[in-house]
Design a protein around this ligand. Structure first.
Ligand SMILES: Nc1nc2c(ncn2[C@@H]2O[C@H](COP(=O)(O)OP(=O)(O)OP(=O)(O)O)[C@@H](O)[C@H]2O)c(=O)[nH]1
Ligand SMILES: [Mg+2]
Length: 318
């Protein structure tokens, strides 16, 4: 077995198909810090061939059920894949993740699927940097399809969800009344809409609502128009149509240059975030020591305004 913490050896083992090594590397990424950066540097040159599909929507919309159905669909065609379930709040051993595990356990012993839940609570820059890094690792060890399940509630979650090559937004009949999702944000990132729980009433109204919102969003005539697919996750009804819609979007993105354009945009944003994060870490280091104590004392005593105190702290810092 590879030494437990050496990223080089772990990556070599992971590329040879050692699933434990992949899991261990993902844990290192999850923890953040300098080891996570080492893993990222090693994985980077080997990445670039995977295609990522984000599955997002309100809590309980059926994302995990659909993900599990998509796994079944792809595995029946002999396609291998990796799945990341991103949980923004629970720690790695938390209960919510167990829920995902339970629903995906049909696939637990299938060597053609790698499933992992990720949580990165408490890290600076946490999820938004760890998610692309985790995807890159799965890419580097040979996965060609990576599915990422994220909850589309807040701004940050929706931003993470929108970082996939194709984003599937899962809604339910009666979505119009739901307050548990960032609707405007989800409308913006959707490449495919899925109305799941189509066994319930209100599918046609929801379809009309979505179409109306698409009309209002003023899509350019040559832009991709997100298709709307109805599914029943629990019986897999509509799941092959949902996957067909993903494949159509992929073909459109690849042939029009949209994919390339999105990936460039994403890498620029990631770089910007890494720089901002480094500066934030540097700020934490900087705000200690005698000079800091003296300046905070001055500001506390109203002898000095915080702006000039900050200037004094930053004096000589590049
Ligand atoms: N009636 C009905 N229930 C469904 C359908 N799809 C999923 N469910 C049920 O809806 C519940 C939530 O499904 P999940 O797949 O866990 O939803 P999720 O979006 O992954 O939930 P979180 O990860 O907690 O945000 C479960 O009890 C499913 O069995 C469907 O098409 N119809
Ligand atoms: Mg889920």
């Amino acid at each position: 077995m590879a030494r437990q913490s050496d990223p080089n050896q772990l990556l070599a083992a992971a590329i040879e198909g050692d699933r434990g090594a992949v899991a261990r590397l993902l844990t290192l990424i999850e923890r953040g810090g300098s080891t996570a950066r080492d893993v990222g540097r090693l994985a980077y040159p080997r990445s670039g061939a995977a295609y990522t599909v984000g599955i997002t929507g309100a809590p309980g919309a059926g994302k995990s059920t659909l993900t599990s159905a998509v796994i079944g669909h792809l595995r029946s065609q002999g396609t291998t894949l990796a799945v990341l379930a991103i949980d923004p709040s629970s720690p790695f051993t938390g209960g919510a993740i167990l829920g995902d595990r339970v629903r995906m356990q049909d696939h637990a012993t299938d060597p053609g699927v790698f499933i992992r839940s990720m949580a990165t609570r408490g890290h600076l820059g946490g999820l938004s940097l760890a998610t692309p890094e985790a995807v890159r690792l799965l890419d580097a060890v040979g996965h060609r399809w990576v599915l990422v399940e994220t909850v589309g509630v807040g701004q940050v979650e929706v931003e993470i969800a929108g970082k996939a090559d194709t984003t599937v937004v899962v809604v339910n009949p009666g979505w119009g009344d739901s307050v548990q999702a960032n609707k405007a944000g989800l409308m913006e990132i959707a490449d495919v809409f899925v109305i799941n729980k189509a066994d319930r009433a209100g599918v046609d109204e929801t379809r009309r609502d979505l179409e109306q919102m698409l009309e209002l969003s003023n899509l350019a005539h040559d832009a991709w128009r997100p298709p709307i697919v109805a599914t029943i996750g629990s019986t897999r009804q509509g799941v092959s149509e949902m996957w067909e819609a993903v494949l159509s979007h992929r073909a459109f993105s690849e042939s029009t240059g949209l994919l390339e354009q999105r990936r460039r945009f994403r890498s620029r944003e990631e770089l910007r975030e890494i720089v901002a994060n480094r500066l934030r870490e540097r700020a934490v280091e900087l705000c200690t020591g005698d000079r800091w104590d003296a300046l905070t004392e001055d500001v506390g005593e109203h002898r000095r305004d915080p702006w000039s105190a900050a200037d004094a702290m930053l004096d000589g810092v590049a």
